[in-house]
Design a protein around this ligand. Sequence first.
Ligand SMILES: O=C(O)C(=O)Cc1ccccc1
Length: 281
Amino acid sequence: MTISIAHLGPHGTYAETAALKYLNWFTKSHDQAALLCPYPSITQSLEAVAKEEVQVAVAPIENSIEGSVTMTLDALWRLDTLRIQHAIVLPIHHALLSIASDFSEIQTVYSHPQALAQCQNWLDRNLPSAQVIAANSTTEALQHLGEDQTIAAISSQRAAQLYSLPVLASPINDHPENCTRFIVVSLDPSPGGSRTSIAFSVSANQPGVLVKPLQIFAEKGINLSRIESRPTKRSLGDYVFFVDLEADTRQDAIQSALAELEHCTETLKIFGSYDVLPAIG
Ligand SMILES: O=C(O)C(=O)Cc1ccccc1
């Protein structure tokens, strides 16, 4: 059977590059074919797995400069059945694509909000009066270019090649070490690995409510590699906490920690234990 891998489209996004890395790894390590399926939004690519339209989705979850990709966190919390199979870390180098011959012609810049934020200082310095407009993805932004010399888009060198578009400046990200972590999700149980992702809500907004859950991990010597809060969307000041642990759910210490955590949280979701995919393809 050929597996389908959903990702944010259209063709040429960073999410597609990550999905391609997973496809190469998957087809080499399983004797099975795979194909890529672009979706108009990150949320729709994750929902496609929950609805069983596809077997796998690859979605950005965290950037080294801008932090969490909130759409992905919110979809993980909402779509109960998704399990993380792997993480993929990609270096991100943005380019300014336009048919303009000079920066002075550019009045509008389109891109994905993460890409716009990662190039904020460069834009302030080089295109201070340009209007910045959010697009669903870096390659959806390219659809605005047309024959218009007043428009530019932030995308990758790879996208410039795929669509035969001129690169006016590159790299334009404010930090050279810019990296994004993507997750590979499916409905299969997670395979196990060095990192475990969970999320929980707590029943009351009162002092010390977060101390107990965090104490459980401290007492068992489990290191946290990330903690992030998102609004539950029920009321102002009510949060879900996303936590990554340097541990594997197959270890006894983490199994007993998660069992204890059940007692001091309102809702606990375990997205699974997984490894970062080796850098191939
Ligand atoms: O729009 C894209 O190409 C994406 O894959 C989302 C994104 C944007 C910027 C950095 C990493 C991922």
